[in-house]
Write a protein that binds this ligand. Sequence first.
Ligand code: ATP
Ligand code: PMV
Length: 192
Amino acid sequence: MEGPHLVLVFSGKRKSGKDYVTELIRERLGPDTCAVLRLSGPLKEQYAQEKGLDFQRLLDASGYKEKYRADMIAWGEERRNADPGFFCRIIIQGVTQPVWIVSDARRKSDIDWFLSCYGAVTQTVRVVASEETRKARGWIYTPDIDDADSECGLDQGTSFNWVITNNGDQESLDEQLHRLMDFIHSKLDSSV
Ligand SMILES: Nc1ncnc2c1ncn2[C@@H]1O[C@H](COP(=O)(O)OP(=O)(O)OP(=O)(O)O)[C@@H](O)[C@H]1O
Ligand SMILES: C[C@@](O)(CCOP(=O)(O)O)CC(=O)O
């Protein structure tokens, strides 16, 4: 079969644990089977280049990227408005693994792009954590970011195939991931 056997499009608010959860799934499936693709990857890379910033530091969970978040959002929005598939097309280039995980959909246009190109094999996954948990992970409510499209674009009008609650209870997370892993394996088995 050409193309991905399964595309899992993840979304979730800041510090809900999108990177953490998607990395766990990738570890369980292994790097030959699963690729984690980040829409924010090419966005941060090009933004860093234009502004003379440290791309690697924009990638991690430290305060560095938070300093630039508002400006990066505006920068990325300009590109998405001109071409909603701009970052989507970049991240899928040359990916050969059967399972694709898009770790950071933020806007309906991100999800719509994957549904329009890979709808038959796409599942949407929402990662949810309470405000208390997100605060404990370093989240600080920031006006114009937390009440804007980048964080709220998928709050309404989007249905998710899977919702993963990630409040720090490892046993509960494990159970939820088990169910998702069973589903992933069933799709892999049926495609061989
Ligand atoms: N279940 C968990 N157990 C332990 N630590 C966790 C868990 N989930 C998330 N974290 C930690 O919380 C922090 C935020 O998680 P992560 O970076 O995955 O969130 P995110 O949704 O990708 O956030 P952002 O949108 O800000 O990039 C990280 O330091 C991560 O290691
Ligand atoms: C600029 C932006 O891509 C930053 C995402 O950073 P992160 O996924 O929180 O590491 C958010 C956006 O595209 O609105």
